[in-house]
Design a protein around this ligand. Structure first.
Ligand SMILES: [Zn+2]
Length: 279
């Protein structure tokens, strides 16, 4: 065999080996790059999961005022008792203390049922949880309070999950005493933004330059998607690959979904509890 033929044969062998070993080698090197699964619950409640990691955001609350949605009783029971698919949750995030996003009773129930979970949220939510604990020493190491001034950000790694906390104020001046956080959660090689009931103004979003942060999925209150100024902020300051509208009133899902699609043709609207998508 001529030397150049030998070289070509060696090159082909290397190429074939690379093709054969490629996917499994990549899977071993980066087992969590397979995307994120988002399961909708009600209002702004979601579970994010990828591989063995699970994160709940604004998912543990009770029936609030009239017109506000709530998951089915069986779903609420599974959430509170940390039963599948809501078992082995690593991190619980709560944007703020309002009753359509949070109630201390199901949060404490979940933390007791699932010793793996850590709660990472505002001081006000932590205080509410502490107030609910009769003699709450055992849970204390799993309660992380973070107060974020508007426009500030902070990165945390909790139980192996990277979360960025964003100082986004609550919308509406009557709620200015409510501590409020946004989150960017990194799971499965994706970045998921959850903005709670944020102020939808440019002033609130501009400091974070999320438009340069490669946001894959932006979970946004439906009124932000339906509002002209809100859409400008989405397109200028967030620029996500996928817009998801949620926080839809009871019985208003179909109509809001139609309006959201008319406003942003690629937007997805979450309004059916347990609707589950992968990105
Ligand atoms: Zn609120």
């Amino acid at each position: 065999m001529r030397p150049d033929a030998l070289v070509i044969r060696a090159m082909l062998l290397v190429a074939a080996t690379a093709v054969l070993s490629g996917p499994s080698a990549r899977a071993q090197a980066a087992p969590t790059q397979n995307g994120v699964v988002v399961t909708f619950l009600a209002n702004e409640g979601v579970m994010l999961s990828s591989g063995r990691s699970k994160v709940l955001i604004d998912a543990l609350f009770l029936k609030y005022e009239r017109g506000y949605a709530v998951p089915a009783d069986s779903t609420q029971a599974a959430l509170q008792n940390a039963r599948a698919p809501f078992n082995t949750v690593d991190v619980i995030l709560v944007t703020h203390r309002h009753g359509d996003h949070f109630h201390p009773a199901p949060v404490v129930a979940h933390l007791r049922a699932n010793p793996r979970a850590t709660l990472l949220t505002s001081q006000q939510v932590i205080d509410s949880v502490r107030g609910h604990l009769a003699a709450g020493g055992a849970l204390t190491p799993r309660l992380m309070a973070r107060t974020m001034a508007p426009g500030t950000r902070r990165r945390e790694v909790v139980n192996g999950v990277t979360v960025e906390l964003l100082g986004l104020p609550h919308g509406g001046s009557r709620h200015r005493h409510v501590e409020h956080l946004g989150y960017v959660v990194e799971l499965g090689g994706r970045r998921v933004l959850h903005v709670g009931d944020t102020d939808i103004s440019e002033t609130a979003f501009a400091p974070f330059r999320l438009d340069t942060a490669r946001i894959d999925v932006a979970l946004l209150p439906s009124w932000m998607v339906l509002d002209d100024d809100g859409r400008r902020v989405i397109q200028r300051w967030i620029r996500p690959r996928q817009v998801v509208a949620f926080h839809v009133g009871e019985g208003e899902g179909e109509r809001t979904a139609r309006e959201a699609t008319a406003a942003l043709p690629d937007a997805v609207t979450f309004f059916r509890s347990l609707d589950t998508r992968r990105w």
